[in-house]
Design a protein around this ligand. Structure first.
Ligand code: IPD
Ligand code: CA
Ligand code: CA
Length: 258
């Protein structure tokens, strides 16, 4: 598919911006309060993506993390690129892995395609609705094993909500007893790709933003994983949401925390 191929070329180029980064203290800005950062490179990558994606798809709208404002009104109409220029910013600014670039596209409010690039490992994950998911061009599938034979990963939820943080750790504790061991990567988009390729059996986080999950949840679903919110319902692709993604083998088990 031509659009997907063009996005893959663009996201790889954007990855070079991340790889060439030399971060000084002045390149790091605290957004709204402690634990919420943006770097000059988040902005550079976003500007680059918006420019290049506009060239290949002039009528598409943009909904990107580092925009000043986020209007949900545009999400239901036509094609909308949903972008997280760097997912895993705190990893990126500390030189810890992973971090990645995430480009989702909604068509008429529904997930249509997703592309995620991890520049440090040169890993490219892609999916188009109904066509399966790939890693570097090779078809991928989520784990067919039960949770007891899988690793699981959890996200710690936003810094501003103690209640959600407690829920994140409660949920992780619940899964810890049921799987081989728990992991925390620092990038929700990467976690969803790891579920998609079967390296991780299950991912959970009580709240992430649309740009965190838009591409990754489609990639995981197209790889056969079940992706829901914490109530077991579908993601709405309009708002921030809780997310559980479980491989094929696990989605048949009762895996929601009690
Ligand atoms: C964060 C990462 C992290 C998740 C946070 C997100 P950012 O995105 O995806 O894994 O736990 O909720 O905000 O800020 O690095 O783009
Ligand atoms: Ca993010
Ligand atoms: Ca980000």
């Amino acid at each position: 598919m031509e659009l997907l191929r063009s996005i893959e070329v663009i996201i790889r180029e954007a990855g070079q911006i991340m790889l060439s980064a030399h971060l000084g203290r002045s390149d790091i800005i605290e957004k709204t309060g402690h634990q919420n950062f943006v770097t000059e490179y988040d902005k550079k990558v976003q500007t680059f993506l918006e420019e290049k994606l506009h060239e290949i798809h002039p009528s598409a709208h943009f909904y990107a993390e580092e925009d000043e404002e986020h209007s949900e009104d545009i999400l239901s109409y036509g094609d909308v690129f949903v972008i997280d220029p760097i997912d895993g910013t705190s990893n990126f600014m500390k030189g810890y892995y992973p971090s990645c670039i995430s480009i989702g596209m909604l068509r008429g409010g529904k997930p249509y395609l997703g592309v995620i690039y991890v520049p440090q490992s040169d890993d490219l994950f892609s999916a188009v609705t109904g066509n399966g998911a790939t890693r570097n061009g090779v078809r991928i599938h989520s784990s067919t094993l039960p949770l007891s034979e899988n690793l699981a990963v959890f996200g710690t939820a936003p810094y501003y909500s103690t209640e959600l943080r407690d829920e994140a750790y409660r949920t992780a504790r619940y899964y810890q007893e049921k799987c081989i061991d728990m992991r925390r990567s620092g990038s929700a988009a990467y976690d969803l790709c790891m579920v998609a390729c079967g390296a991780i059996g299950l991912y959970s986080e009580p709240l992430i933003q649309l740009w965190d999950y838009c591409a990754g949840s489609l990639i995981a679903e197209e790889a056969g994983a079940a992706v829901t919110d914490f109530t077991g319902g579908p993601l709405d692709y309009r708002n921030a949401s809780s997310v559980i993604a479980a491989g094929e083998g696990i989605s048949k088990e009762p895996y929601l925390p009690v």
